[in-house]
Design a binder for this molecule. Sequence first.
Ligand code: ADP
Ligand code: ASP
Ligand code: MG
Length: 473
Amino acid sequence: MKTIVMKFGGTSVADAESVKNVINIVKNERRNKLVVVSAIARATTALETIARNSSLGNEIEAYEILEEIINRHYKMTEELVYNNSLKTEAIEKMKLYKSQIEMLIKGLSIIRELSLRTLDAFRVFGELMSSTVIYFAFKESGIDTELIDSRDIIKTNNDFSRAYPDFAKTELNVISKVKPLIDSGKVVLAQGFIASTEDGISTTMGRESSDFSAAIYGSLLDAEEIQIWTDVDGVLTSDPGLISGTLKLNEISFAEMEELSFFGAKVLHRNSVKPAREKNIPLRILNSKNTASSGTRVISELNYHEKVKSITYKKNVIVLKLTPRADLNQYIFWEMMLNILSRHKPQIDILLSSSSGILIVIAENAYTRIHYDELRNEFSEISSCEIIKDKVLITIVGSELNSIEGFFQRIFVSCPHLKPESLCFGFNRHSLSILVDTGVFEETIKNLHREFFTYDDSGLFERIKKQEERLIA
Ligand code: ADP
Ligand code: ASP
Ligand code: MG
C-alpha cells in the first residue's frame, strides 16, 4: 500500500480541541501514514526565551515560562488521555523533559553563554513534548501508533539552528527504522524541526522547518502525497494577516511554490519543495480546522500560464551595496567577496552585479544574526560597503510573468508612489522582486493585490468562506 505523510503545524496541535481534529483527520485517512507534528503553538519561541533568560542569569523568569509551557502540556494530557496508566506514562515522560530543561537552565545560568548549539538543545523539547501528548492521545483514541525520535532518523551537519540534512545517511535510517513500522500498518508519529548530528548532538533545521521534515520523510519514503495541515485553506494570493480578501489557489506548480516560499510566504518552509519536486511527489496544503476545503495542490505541471498567482514579502531585509576598489582585478574581487560571504554565511536572497558594483539582499534572522560591523570591516579591504537596513522585499510570483500583457504598466499605475530600490526577475521568470522602503510597503502590496486579483475567471482561485458562512452552509 502507498504511504502518505501528514504534517500538522503548531496551530493544528495548539490545544486539546485541535488535537481532537487531528485525530479525526488521521482516522479518516485509510492509506499507510507517517504523521509529523510541530511543537504546540508558541512553544518554540517560549523555549528560546527560556534559553535567553537563563544565559542572562534570569533563572526565575526562565522557570516561570517553563512552568507555563509544561502546564499547557499537562492540561492537554488531562483533556485527551482518560486511561489512567496511559495518563501516568504521559505525565512521567513530561516530568522527565521538565527536569532535563531545568538542568539546562541551571547550567546556562552558571556559564552564561548562548550558542546556537545550546539554543537547539532547548528548542528540541517543543516537538518532544507535543509528540508525547499526541502519541498518548492517539493511543487513547485507538490509533495503532508508534512514536519515533526524529533525532535518531534525520542526520544533519552541525550548522546549528539551520542544520541541513545528509539525505544519504537519513535514507538508511528511514529504510531500516521507519519503513518497517509503516509497512506493519502502524501510524508512525515523528517530530518535525528536530534532528541530530552524526554524533547525536541535537540540531534544528530552521524555524518553521517542520514542513521540511515532512518533505524529507515523504521523499525518502517515496510517499504518494505529502500533506501539510495548517490553519488556512491553502496557499493564498497573499498573507491573510496583512491583506483582506485573499483568494485560495486550487493548485500551484513546484517551481512557483519554491519561489513563493523562498521569498517569505510562511505557509510552507522554504526548503520543503525541493525534496518533493525531485521525486515528483505532490504536496497538498490543507486546513485542519476546515476539512471541507480541498486545499492547494503543489504539483509538477504548470497549468495556468502567464498569470500572477500570489504576492509575498519579507520584512527587515538588509541590503549590502559594494563598490569594488578600482585597482582590483574583477576576478580577484569576486573571489575575495565570496570568501568573506562564505565565512559569515548570511542567507542571501538576491545578488545583483553591474559594472559599478554589487547589490546583495540578505534575509535577517534573529538567531543566525550576522555581525555587520565585522562584515563591513572585512569588505573594506576590497570595496566600499554601504549597509542599508529596514527595507522590504515584495515578490510577485506566477508563471511567465514577463509575458503578461501590460505587466509593468499595471504595477506602476496601481502603485503611483512606487520608487523601487531595485527590481529583478527570478531566474525562470516565476518571480519579480521589488525592493521598497518600509514606509510604502503596505500600501504597495495592497495595491498590487487589488490590481492582480480583483477580476479573474480562470477557475484557479477560490474565494475563502468565512467561518460564519461555513456554519450556515
Ligand atoms: P503552521 O503552524 O501550520 O506551520 P504557519 O503559521 O507556519 O502554520 O503558516 C500558516 C500561516 O501562513 C497562515 O496562517 C498565514 O497567516 C500565513 N501566510 C503567509 N502567506 C501566506 C500565503 N501566501 N498563503 C497562505 N498562508 C500564508
Ligand atoms: N516548532 C518549530 C517552530 O516554531 C518548527 C515548526 O513549527 O515548523 O519554528
Ligand atoms: Mg509553519
